[in-house]
Design a protein around this ligand. Structure first.
Ligand SMILES: [Zn+2]
Length: 106
């Protein structure tokens, strides 16, 4: 538990500093209901924190989008080989481009 969370749980009026410390956890969905409602209540009345939260949300979603793409080098090698007219990853299974050619009757 972070110091910010403790202050948000205590029922005192949330301070920007504490709200911002807890924002990441709220956006990640790992903050508990008390912290989440304290942050949400605060950003409704505090435009600077609302802006901060929107920016952070954009970053969090951007990271999620990026991390859904396999980052390994060579991940697209099979595709590259087929584009160059190679046999593809397996001999029995028609490759992606071959399936596409068949689909369009060429
Ligand atoms: Zn604030």
């Amino acid at each position: 538990m972070s110091a910010g969370e403790f202050k948000l749980r205590s029922g005192e009026e949330a301070r920007c500093e504490d709200v911002r410390l807890a924002m990441g956890e709220v956006l990640d969905g790992v903050a508990d209901a008390t912290v989440q409602s304290a942050v949400e209540a605060h950003v409704r009345t505090c435009p600077p924190c609302a802006t901060e939260m929107n920016e952070l949300r954009g970053v969090v979603e951007g990271v999620r989008t990026l991390s859904s793409v396999p980052p390994q080098p060579g991940a697209y090698k099979p595709v590259e080989e087929q584009v160059r007219g190679g046999a593809g990853p397996t001999a029995d299974e028609p490759g992606f481009w071959e399936k596409l050619r068949r689909m369009f009757g060429k």
